[in-house]
Each structure stands twice: as structure tokens, then as C-alpha cells.
Design a protein around this ligand. Structure first.
Ligand SMILES: [Zn+2]
Length: 389
């Protein structure tokens, strides 16, 4: 299928101005000013006049098969539906397990990524979960990354009462396996590290860097905006060359007391001279949001969604006055970079996957194309998940 998108105001995320985009199959064939295409039967021409065109969002932390259940079995959160990814503007997603690695499995997550790839978006995943030794689907971390096509790295957890409190050696061994397998398989082999609310903060990762020669860029510490102290440590981490991942739904206005709102966090990173190509924002969608009191007793459980992604993007522009090309980075180019996907995802140019969004003047999502196929037009879903009505 060949589509020509005319008159797009393209942010790559760099502002390119008025461009036409020629899409052949799943790829961008050309992105030029004033393209003329003749002689192609059944060419679909789409006029994007007045719209802002951006790369589709790359969301590196999603509980694709649900998560949590910290409030008992009735609080197991549901699977992600294709329609919620589309409405959230997410064209590339990376799934992972969370607190519950006992009744939820790496193999089920793998099946989910395969299903989403068929349904129309691009889905990857991390093996592992909270504990070390990591839960895996095949023989081990190395085998999962080497032999499972959608597995790009490892997930683990530290500095959290729900983690397995791995020693530095245990953690180093797991990370080295992910790194080695990544090198062998030509994948990122990156390690998403859930950082909890304990006062240890980044200390387990700092210890590991001190005692080994594993490069800092192997890690993607996540939820680093959950407290002011953790965010300060994250700023130091990224100044030292590491990636950090901010969670869009962690927001003092949404009940996360003492947290740093993502739009403000990104503005602060910029003000402090941090390299925005290493700062990512993810949704943590379909993860549970347990609320604990000061005694560690659970007082409530919510479910995260995708909406905070685009709403934080809008806040970065409207409240923090960041230019759109800067505000887009953590959701697109930086996230693709962290996940080792920048050859196909996160930016718009010839040869990249045809994954993009059309936003109106208030940055509301109106259209989405993923892998060369329109999934949303004028805010109407053109495609739904297999069993969605
Ligand atoms: Zn999570």
C-alpha cells in the first residue's frame, strides 16, 4: 500500500516545516517538500494541512498483561487493549512484569507482544520481573534475549520493599547476562530498574558501577520522579551519562505526594543542562498504583493509563513553555535510543517505520499511523483489538 501525506507540518522531533511524506508498505519512502508522485495505481493521498505531525510515541514501560494485585486477587489489573494504545498515541510499546511474577509469566507477556504486533502496533518486552534470580521463559536471561524476537532486555527492581533485595553480585550477574546477550543478538540488552521508595535510592546501582565495569548506559532506572530526593539522584545519574525514565502518571496532582510532575521534571533537566537524549518518559500503563500508609499498610489500589503521556506533553508546552521539538524528545527519540530502537523508531525520515501522529493546534491527537496503516482518523478508531467491540 502506498500513501502520500501532503502538507504536513513535521516535527522530526526537529521542526522540518511543511513536508510531504510518502509511505510504502510499513516504511517512510521519502519525506520532502512538495513531493509529486505519478503512475502508482491506488495511491492514497491524505491532506494533513493544519496538523502537526510527530513521531508516534515510544512507551518503554507498560504492563501489557496487567500488573500488581497488591490489594488481593480482585485487584489484578487488566491487559492492555489495542484501542488504549491508539488513544494514547503509542505506536511502539515495551511490556514488562511488575510486582506479581508468580501468577503472571514472561511467556504470557511474549504472547501478548506477538498479538499486538499482529493487531497493528510494534511491541517489544523485557524478560525478568521484580526478583533476582529473574523469572524467564526459556533457559535464562541470555536465552530469552537471544532467542525470543521481541525480548530486548531485562527488568528488575531495587530499593523497594517488594523487591528481592539482591546483593550487588547477584544484580551484577543478571545485568551482565542481559548485556552479553544484547551484544550477541544485536539488541540493547538494556536493564529497566524499578526504583522503589526506600531510602537506598540509587545506592544499589551506584555500588554496581563502583564494583564492575558495566557501563552506566546499560541501565534505565525508572519511576525516578517518585520523590524529590530520588529525582535529585536521577539528575546526577544522567549527568554521569546514564538514561533515566520518568513515569508520567506519578504526579502530585494525581495523589502521588512528594513526587515531581513529569512536565516540571523535564523542564528542570533542561535548566540543569542535562542531555535530553537520555531522558525518557513512560506511562507504566495497566500497572497497579498501590497506596501505602506510613506503616506500610495498603490503603488503596488504582490502575495507570496512557493519558498522562500526551497530557504531560501538552503541559510541557503550555505551562513550562518548552518548544514542541524539545518536549517531544523524551516520548520519541530518547525513548527509542534507550531501547536500542533508533534505527526504525522515534524519528521521522526516509527509511524509518511509518509511525506518526497528527496533532491539532492544542496538541490533541486526531490521527495515528502505525507501520504504514492508519489506525485513527479524526479521533475515530479505524482498528480495534481482536475481541474489542
Ligand atoms: Zn511498572
Amino acid at each position: 500500500m502506498i500513501t502520500l501525506v501532503k502538507n504536513a507540518n513535521v516535527f522530526n522531533p526537529e521542526p522540518l516545516g511543511n513536508r510531504d511524506i510518502l509511505i510504502a508498505g510499513q516504511k517512510i519512502a521519502a519525506l520532502e517538500a512538495d513531493l509529486t508522485v505519478t503512475g502508482i495505481p491506488n495511491l492514497t493521498v491524505f491532506d494533513a494541512k493544519g496538523a502537526t505531525v510527530t513521531p508516534g510515541l515510544v512507551d518503554g514501560h507498560v504492563h501489557l498483561i496487567g500488573g500488581g494485585g497488591e490489594g488481593g486477587f480482585a485487584t489484578r489489573t487488566p491487559e492492555v487493549l489495542l484501542s488504549s494504545l491508539i488513544r494514547g498515541g503509542v505506536t511502539t510499546v515495551a511490556g514488562l512484569l511488575g510486582t506479581d511474577c508468580t501468577t503472571r509469566h514472561v511467556a504470557s507477556l511474549y504472547a501478548k507482544t506477538k498479538g499486538l504486533n499482529i493487531e497493528g502496533v510494534t511491541a517489544y518486552m523485557f524478560t525478568g520481573g521484580y526478583p533476582v534470580p529473574s523469572p524467564v521463559a526459556t533457559g535464562g536471561i541470555r536465552e530469552d534475549i537471544l532467542f525470543m524476537d521481541t525480548v530486548i532486555g531485562l527488568k528488575t527492581a531495587v530499593s523497594d520493599h517488594r523487591s528481592s533485595h539482591p546483593t550487588t553480585d547477584e544484580l551484577a550477574r543478571a545485568v551482565s547476562e542481559a548485556r552479553t546477550a544484547g551484544l550477541t543478538a544485536g539488541k540493547a540488552g538494556c536493564v529497566v530498574v524499578h526504583l522503589g521508595g526506600s531510602k537506598a535510592g540509587f545506592a544499589p546501582l551506584r555500588d554496581l558501577l563502583e564494583k564492575t565495569d558495566i557501563p552506566i548506559r546499560q541501565f534505565i532506572p525508572t519511576h525516578v520522579n517518585r520523590t524529590e530526593n530520588l529525582f535529585e539522584e536521577a539528575l546526577a545519574w544522567t549527568r554521569d551519562g546514564g538514561f533515566i525514565d520518568l513515569t508520567a502518571g506519578i504526579n502530585p496532582q494525581r495523589g502521588a505526594r512528594g513526587s515531581v510532575k513529569v512536565s516540571e521534571a523535564v523542564a528542570r533537566c533542561l535548566k540543569e543542562g542535562c542531555d535530553l537524549s537520555r531522558i525518557c518518559v513512560s506511562s507504566d500503563a495497566n500497572g497497579s498504583i498501590p497506596v501505602f500508609d506510613e506503616n506500610g499498610a495498603i490503603t488503596g489500589v488504582g490502575v495507570a493509563g496512557f493519558d498522562p503521556l500526551l497530557s504531560e506533553l501538552r503541559d510541557m508546552c503550555a505551562h513550562e513553555k518548552l518548544p514542541l521539538e524539545i518536549a517531544l524528545l523524551p516520548f520519541t527519540k530518547a525513548a527509542a535510543n534507550a531501547l536500542g530502537l533508533s534505527g526504525n523508531k522515534g524519528t521521522l525520515s526516509a527509511g524509518m517505520d511509518a509511525d506518526f501522529l497528527l496533532l491539532d493546534e492544542t496538541l490533541n491527537l486526531t490521527h495515528m499511523m502505525a507501520k504504514g496503516k492508519m489506525l485513527m482518523e479524526n479521533q475515530e478508531l479505524l482498528v480495534k483489538g481482536t475481541f474489542e467491540t
